[in-house]
Design a protein around this ligand. Sequence first.
Ligand code: NAD
Ligand code: UD1
Length: 348
Amino acid sequence: MRVLLTGGAGFIGSHIALLLLERGFDVIILDSFVNSSSIVINRIKTFLQNKDLKSKFEYIKGDIRDKNILDNIFIKSIKECKPIDTVIHLAGLKSVSDSLTNPLHYWDVNVRGTLNLLLSMKEYECYSLVFSSSATIYGLSDSVPMSEDHKILPINPYGQTKVAIENMFYDLFNSNIKLWKICSLRYFNPVGAHSSGLIGEDPVGIPNNLFPFLTQVAIGRQKILKVFGDDWDTKDGSGVRDYIHIIDLADGHLASIDYLNSNDSCLEFINLGSGHGYSVFQIIRQFELTTGRKIPFSIQGRRDGDVAKCYADISKAKKLLGWTPKRSLEQICLDGWNWQIKNPNGYC
Ligand code: NAD
Ligand code: UD1
């Protein structure tokens, strides 16, 4: 089976790529490298050399807003008699704060880019899609755990673009072409790294998210972790989130492909999280315990747009996909730290 993986050089995509290749899929990565490094591709190739899988992998530098590039990928694969069976679509922009500054850019890349992709898929009769949506579409509510029928209430342009894309899926699914098979996966907080330490999360600039900030404090790239509020209505006053090991998350994509292959026309919105909520203080404590590193922190005011608690009800993913996350918070800390010490300055 051949998979087109857009955004495959990014944090989540690179981990999905390794899993797909390990399980025998042919993989084409399409990425513009706007938020990733081409070194990722070399790391994937290193991994493949070790496993003798090189011929199954190719990558193309390009933008999903360029329809010619997309069309050419589909045409070439048809000519090679190895048409693309499924697209895993991750390419897009993901910073909440950037989206507030540059909303049109987010609509252009995320929504127009996805529209382009869907047009090419339709044209070349590839109807099977796994998409990266986000728990951010559930907005400010902190009634937990959140199931898929939780109210959709995005509070920033980034979230709005994910909702707009999900709405496109509704329209496609309800059209008279009963061929589309789509899993829209709503991720909670993917963290950690591949256990090899070859690939991991390497945000550009100062990390916005807790986990990469924490590992950068541990390695000395950041001085001190700011804890955004200790007065939330949670067990210890700090914010509670659903941290899922990146490999468990990647596994959810393979389970989704299996699901799409064994079903006719379908559209499913599915939460991918660990199903557990951990507070910021719990994360700090577990990281210190696992790695033996002390994390200096200071308590700050609450961050705009934060909620007290957000974690997933994952019963749908378990039932529909037969998927269940297997890796503990300790494993997350071990693998995340292994990546950070092997790559103290990220990909460079
Ligand atoms: P990432 O930025 O590491 O990866 C996205 C990749 O897409 C990057 O390699 C980037 O270069 C590429 N890209 C961006 N715009 C492109 C374009 N126009 N054409 C081609 N490639 C382009 O982010 P990630 O964390 O791996 O996230 C992947 C997807 O998952 C995103 O769509 C994101 O919105 C979604 N998501 C991420 C999280 C998270 O916490 N990381 C949570 C929920 C949803
Ligand atoms: C954030 C985004 C969300 C996005 C998600 C994944 C905001 C308001 N929300 O979610 O839309 O889908 O990232 O990219 O930006 N924290 C600290 N100190 C830090 C960083 C975070 O205390 O330096 C706390 C936060 O207040 C929160 C928890 O750690 O309680 C997790 O934060 P983060 O990793 O940014 O994830 P989300 O808040 O879930």
